[in-house]
Design a protein around this ligand. Structure first.
Ligand code: ACO
Length: 334
């Protein structure tokens, strides 16, 4: 029997209109454009300002684009997976809400929370459903309203995050393209360095947790930084080597956008040029589960069938991983 691969056949993305610049942040906390640019590489990020809107509203825009571009009717979708750490509610799953808002009714849907590796985890899971023949049209969406858990009085975290969503459609193919390999890992020792302290079952919301600002992102940046560089680079190099990809045959590295220095460190370890790396951190900041699909969305027109892509991420958990994707279509023909 011919091997079935899961191939990306369409990409969508969305970022909200409001642009939060380093200059505006400098008026809110003791920081500067110079510090943020040199230490992190971010110039601006997008923020969802509208009252009553959540991650699902960002996701809907990206998912509808994917449906439209691929000529897929909502009825044909048979699975939708949403990667997010900022769900609309603790329950039900944001994937259920997105499906409802997009009129996707013949599918099952669920969320994956794997920090900034969420999209990679979701894409890996989705590709298994397609490879086994269990599902034919699967949407994977990474969507985050990071501004809803960002403390805009904490200069060590508020400069980092932004809102946005990106989505892909996965379909079966017998050609040698699509998701060809992946290596995902997690190690909970890292859970104390990057998390939201209250709001879960260990520490339900109370006046005290609000007063202590425990519903916002807590991060020990130095610890996270140290592990992010080595783990993301190690796994990206391993996936590259075991698939016989060299710096010359790699078309694009698609890295999680958390810090320009982490991206550069990973590229250096892989022995590749910066021109081979998708980088949009300067405009969107860290959109957690949305960084990878937002890169694919922005670079789609330049992508060619047969291009070798390595996707790599590191995030809260700790979670990390890398994936080898051979691109399945000429983006300029879309
Ligand atoms: N403006 C000015 N000064 C600042 C700011 C700021 N915005 N933020 C911190 N500083 C100060 C600190 O207070 C500190 O001052 P001190 O020495 O007087 O105490 C100094 O700058 C250095 O602070 P560090 O935390 O050591 O700065 P670092 O160079 O490590 O950069 C950063 C911080 C950007 C957070 C970095 O550690 C980082 O990128 N970490 C990893 C982030 C990441 O990958 N996260 C994972 C994904 S996110 C997810 O999963 C949701």
């Amino acid at each position: 029997m011919e091997k079935v691969n899961a191939v990306i056949t369409a990409v969508g993305g969305y970022v909200p209109d409001y642009v939060l610049t380093n200059e505006e942040l400098s008026k809110m906390v003791d920081t500067s454009d110079e510090w943020i640019t040199t230490r992190v590489g971010i110039k601006e990020r997008r923020i969802l300002k509208e009252e009553g809107k959540g991650a699902s509203d960002l996701a809907v825009k990206a998912v509808n684009q994917v449906l439209e571009k691929s000529g897929t009717s909502p009825d044909e979708v048979d699975l939708l997976i949403c990667a997010t750490v900022t769900p609309d509610h603790v329950f039900p799953a944001t994937a259920n809400i997105i499906s409802d808002k997009c009129d996707i009714r013949n599918a099952h849907s669920f969320d994956i929370n794997a920090g900034c590796s969420g999209f990679l985890y979701a894409l890996d899971a989705a590709s298994r459903f397609v490879e086994t023949g269990s599902k034919k049209k699967v949407i994977v969406v990474g969507a985050e309203k990071m501004s809803s858990i960002t403390d805009y009085s904490d200069r060590t975290t508020c400069v980092l995050f932004g809102d946005g969503a990106g989505a892909v459609l996965l379909e079966p193919t017998t050609e040698n393209v699509g998701v060809l390999d992946s290596k995902l890992q997690s190690d909970g020792f890292g859970r104390v360095y990057l998390y939201q302290k209250a709001g879960g079952s260990v520490k339900p919301p109370s006046h005290e947790t609000i007063d202590n600002r425990e519903h916002y992102i807590y991060q020990d940046g130095r610890h996270v930084f140290k592990h992010a560089v080595s783990k993301m680079a190690d796994v990206a190099v391993e996936v590259m080597e075991r698939n016989g990809i060299t710096p010359e045959t790699l078309t694009w590295l698609v890295p999680h956008q958390a810090n320009m220095r982490i991206i550069e460190g990973t590229a250096q370890r892989m022995g590749i040029e910066k021109s081979q790396v998708m980088i949009n951190i300067q405009r969107y900041g860290n959109t957690t589960s949305a960084t990878l699909p937002l890169c694919l969305w922005e670079w789609e027109k330049q992508l060619k069938k047969g291009d070798n892509l390595v996707l790599a991420a590191f995030g809260a958990g700790f979670t990390w991983g890398a994936m080898y994707v051979k691109w399945g279509y000429d983006g300029d023909k879309r």
